[in-house]
Design a protein around this ligand. Structure first.
Ligand code: NAD
Ligand code: DAU
Length: 343
């Protein structure tokens, strides 16, 4: 089988490619990625001589390039996106272009080339926010979409296009809406690697607001196995929510876990202005668990320990992207302070 993986030089895509090459020895993968700031080719350096792996540099918005790369594809696994909420607050246009238009271009090409499955990687953020005070409030597949950030709105829109290609044209699609991933090869602009690399660099951990926002966390390898399960056993036209915890965790609890494993105390926390439109998420992953038999294998504590160890041992991988991430945050903070002053 030939897979077209979009965005395979990013965090989850590169983990997925490692996972798939290891677990599906008869398959070949084409990784189509235009190498934005979020890509790190070093993540797949070890695959560069693997005859079952090919990298093609290209933009998912480019119809000609997408048409060419789609030829011969059996299955598309679509990760490529602008993925960072804070950047979507800074520059929403790029999110519309890549996440909405790019997904549409891929769907059109997949239809033309009669691919057997188009799996769309989406996010729990399309649902908006759970009620923090109601511990029974979870995102489930039938919850109405209510995105709040430009990132979430662009992903919600792409989900609607994917469903429309199933209903209108019969393209065999599946969608997964997953919670926050963490693990090796994640850009240090995201919370968990930002915390770990800050501690390793003797810097404080910036916590937005009071640290009381709620997230569900999933070790990235478990996300890869969930996608594998959906590709194997999932029903065409269906959506599956994927999560890792039974209940959500506050950011503050997560910080404390990381600090404890790294042998530091809460003096390392620096409370900073909150993210505008900051949501809370809890995910109910009963459907994929009961209907397809998937279950995450890593506890949060195990996953955090493995992730800390990986960042301790791979500073060459993250040093440059860390500098770039902190420059971005400097710019964002200036912008946020300016808009607070205006209010
Ligand atoms: P990432 O930002 O680490 O990587 C995105 C990749 O897409 C990069 O390699 C980038 O170069 C590529 N890309 C961006 N624009 C492109 C374009 N126009 N053409 C081709 N390639 C392009 O993202 P990630 O965290 O690995 O997320 C992957 C997918 O999973 C995204 O669709 C995201 O919405 C979704 N998701 C992420 C999480 C998470 O916690 N990270 C959770 C749920 C869903
Ligand atoms: O829920 C799935 C989503 O998870 C994915 O769709 C996104 O692609 C992915 O980036 C992630 O979005 P979040 O906005 O939740 O991730 P982030 O790592 O940016 O932030 C996690 C939480 O930590 C959030 O509540 C904001 C907070 N935070 C983040 C950073 C970077 C801080 O308190 N301090 C920080 O420095």
């Amino acid at each position: 089988m030939q897979l077209l993986v979009t965005g395979g030089m990013g965090f989850i895509g590169s983990n997925f490619i490692h996972y798939w090459l290891k677990n599906h020895p008869a398959d070949t993968i084409i990784n189509f990625d235009n190498l934005t700031y979020a890509a790190n080719p070093a993540s797949l350096q070890d695959c560069s001589h693997n005859p079952r792996y090919h990298f093609v540099k290209g933009d998912i918005v480019d119809e000609v390039a997408v048409d060419q790369v789609m030829s011969g594809t059996d299955v598309v696994v679509h990760f490529a996106a602008e993925s960072h909420v804070d950047r979507s607050i800074d520059n929403p246009t790029l999110f519309v272009r890549t996440n909405v238009l790019g997904t549409y271009v891929l769907l059109s090409a997949a239809l033309k080339h009669s691919v057997k499955r188009f799996h769309h990687i989406s996010t729990d953020e399309v649902f908006g926010s759970v009620n923090r005070l109601d511990p029974q409030d979870f995102f489930r597949e039938n919850r109405p979409y209510n995105p709040t950030s430009p990132y979430a709105a662009s992903k919600a829109s792409s989900d609607h296009f994917v469903r429309s290609f199933f209903k209108t044209f019969g393209l065999p699609v599946t969608i997964s809406n997953c919670s926050n991933n963490y693990g090796p090869f994640q850009n240090p602009e995201k919370f968990i690697p930002r915390m770990i690399t800050n501690v390793l660099n003797n810097q404080k951990i910036p916590v937005y607001g009071q640290g009381d926002n709620i997230r569900d966390w999933l070790y990235v390898e478990d996300h890869c196995s969930a996608i594998d399960t959906i590709l194997n056993k999932g029903k065409v036209g269906e959506t599956y929510c994927i999560g890792g915890l039974k209940d959500g965790s506050t950011n503050l609890n997560l910080v404390k876990t990381v600090l404890q494993v790294m042998g530091k105390n809460i003096d390392q926390i620096n409370y900073v202005p909150d993210r505008p439109g900051h949501d809370d998420y809890r995910v109910d992953w009963t459907k994929i668990n009961q209907q397809l038999g998937w279950t995450p294998k890593h506890t949060l504590e195990e996953g955090i320990k493995a992730t800390i160890q990986w960042y301790q041992q791979n500073s060459d991988w993250w040093t440059n992207s860390k500098k770039e991430a902190e420059l971005f945050y400097q710019k964002l903070n200036n912008y946020q302070h300016t808009s607070y002053e205006k209010k």
